[in-house]
Design a binder for this molecule. Sequence first.
Ligand code: BES
Ligand code: MN
Ligand code: ZN
Length: 480
Amino acid sequence: MVNFSNDSVTTIAADLLAIPVDATLSSDALTAISEASNVDLAAAARDERFKGDAGATLLFRSLPGVAARRVVLVGTGTGELKRAGVAVARVARGVRAANVAINGAQRSAGDVGELVHGFGLGAYKFDRHLSPDEDTFAGFESLCVCGAPDAAAAVKDAMAVCDGVLLARDLSNESPNLLYPETLVRAAVEVASQYGFEHQVFNEDALVEKGFNLIVAVGKGSEHPPRLAHLIYRGAGEIKRRIALVGKGVTFDTGGYSIKPGASMLNMHCDMAGAAAVIGAAKAIGELQPAGVEVHFIVPSAENAIANNAYKPQDIFRGYGGQTVEIHNTDAEGRLLLADALAYAGEQNVDTIIDLATLTGACVVALGELTAGLFTNDDALAGSLLGAAKRASEDLWRMPLTAKLDPLLDTPNADMKNVGSRWGGAITAGLFLKRWVKLEAWAHMDIAGPAFAEKEGDFSSEGGTGYAVATLVEFVRTAT
Ligand code: BES
Ligand code: MN
Ligand code: ZN
């Protein structure tokens, strides 16, 4: 869908031509268009108080002497090319521009990659269930990068990550009558088949037989039985790092018998965003083929529903790792799926385990809707994940695993219960997970806030955001 052109910015045919600029408004393309059209674009921009802020746009139509039907100036702020790319896509959608060109001259290949990546993110809309009417935009046909013939590799790279993010969004946004454990796991297997990953899926019988009793417990009340998918990517060359990525795949969270109030249940189809991030990362890694690293993608999935046979408060189950759990709240289901999956990940001879989950409302209270919580006792791992998140423009903040709170999980009836007290809920959830991991190099990312957006954000439309895909890919690519 992306092509490259060496046509000049005045002769390139497009429905919309975007010229990225910063506060200085200095750009050869801007000068060329101003000269050809006899319209001083820089003066017009100053007139309109356009200051090149990241994502700001200024639209011109039918400039004489310019082949493109419209020209848009887009602000890059302080080198925020990805945001500029998002803004171009939003303007293009607004004016129904199917064929878009972006000026990439005088830019590094990496910057052009960011522009295209942003365009891909901004062009996304979950519209597969909308009935078309006469106002419906038929969609983008092409994106042309002008004046950057050497950016092809960087663009291909950026598109690989972007496609992983968009897959995660599609999965997160899909309605829960269509996306349930079986179909979620099918999406993972499709990625595995496409890129030749070794993979296996455990169905409910296999989960029972192998002792994944916590996953089975959470899924018992649903007409859609639980699953666990395990994909393995093996990079070329000597393997130096072995990483497991584990994602919570609750395809709908009613809360179970500890039922959620109606308003809190809305958007709980997105409670599989951790799994979506893992599957999206798998796709990007399959596309990018990083060398020297082995990655295990582990997706435990269940629907937390109510039925006569659903699990109940005070049920006790023995998890895959051998410990027993007394259920105190059926709405603390994600940690149960993860407990089994983390214990399983620990058997895979990996040196690092990272789990991702829309785990607690408490984490959203603590950090707000845009920032995920990072829980780990491994400072080096914290450093690399925070660095990867920063480079991926995703907000991540380290939180403590306060060891003194661990006894809150004790109960006289079993090895542990599945909730702590009212306070520090994101921490006690992390401490619960920690009890199932033997490896020091383990990190937990609570993505309950940023996985879903109530309204359009810097990089995403409303709905599932695909949060963490870019961070995970960046982490894996820089791991060796
Ligand atoms: N899926 C929810 C967490 C959640 C809340 C995600 C809001 C996104 C937005 C999780 O399964 C849950 O219900 N957690 C409970 C834990 C409690 C019962 C200890 C919560 O946060 O209230
Ligand atoms: Mn829940
Ligand atoms: Zn949940």
